[in-house]
Ligand binder design. Structure first.
Ligand code: IMP
Ligand code: MG
Length: 183
């Protein structure tokens, strides 16, 4: 699998180091309060698993599923919520967790849906942010790393559902991004 990657953008140690800082920040911000983390499937799986172990206050966890990609490196449709959280969000302090902020449409859509469920507050947390394609003014409250506009995989991020299990974030070689049978 490593052979499919042209360069490592964020290595394992850097990811884990930054997650400890974000976990400490969230713990500080919500100390003495209730906190419900809602992670976005499937990309935020690894980030969430590591982040919750860096948070030192008790948290509740829920998830949501959003679909917008169909085996390409660009979204083909508006984000669609295909699985809703199972908790009652009324009055809850929610922190949404996603793998990457690109246009921002996924988080914007999720935030507007969740607001209808009357949470007490909503913040968002992403591991990676790309500034280049931003199409929303919604800021992310916690950001792991800013990267240039390029398609990355690993540490939860996929191309056509693959490569999520790489422990680092890397750039997929062009020949693996557009296999001839999918063109
Ligand atoms: P946005 O809605 O444009 O902000 O895109 C967010 C979603 O797009 C993320 O949850 C990812 O699933 C996907 N995405 C955006 N950029 C990348 C990338 O470079 N690699 C893999 N997935 C990406
Ligand atoms: Mg994805």
């Amino acid at each position: 699998m490593d052979d499919d990657i042209s360069s490592i953008l964020v290595d394992e140690a850097s990811i884990q180091g930054r997650i400890k800082e974000i976990g400490a920040e969230i713990s500080e911000r919500y100390r003495g309060k209730e906190l419900l983390l809602i992670w976005i499937q499937s990309g935020a799986l690894l980030f969430t698993a590591d982040l919750i172990r860096s948070i030192s206050i008790p948290v509740k966890i829920d998830s949501i599923r959003v679909s917008s990609y169909k085996g390409t490196t660009r979204p083909v449709s508006e984000p669609l919520i295909t699985q809703r959280p199972s908790h009652d969000l009324e009055g809850e302090n929610v922190v949404l967790i996603d793998d990457i902020f690109d246009t921002g449409k996924t988080l914007e859509r999720v935030i507007s849906e969740l607001k209808k469920m009357n949470p007490g507050s909503i913040e968002s947390c992403v591991l990676i942010e790309k500034q280049a394609n931003r199409q929303t003014i919604n800021p992310c409250n916690y950001v792991g790393f800013n990267i240039q506009d390029q398609f990355v995989v690993g540490y939860g991020l996929d191309f056509a559902e693959k490569y999520r299990n790489l422990p680092y974030i890397g750039v997929l070689k062009p020949e693996f991004q557009n296999p001839p049978e999918w063109v």
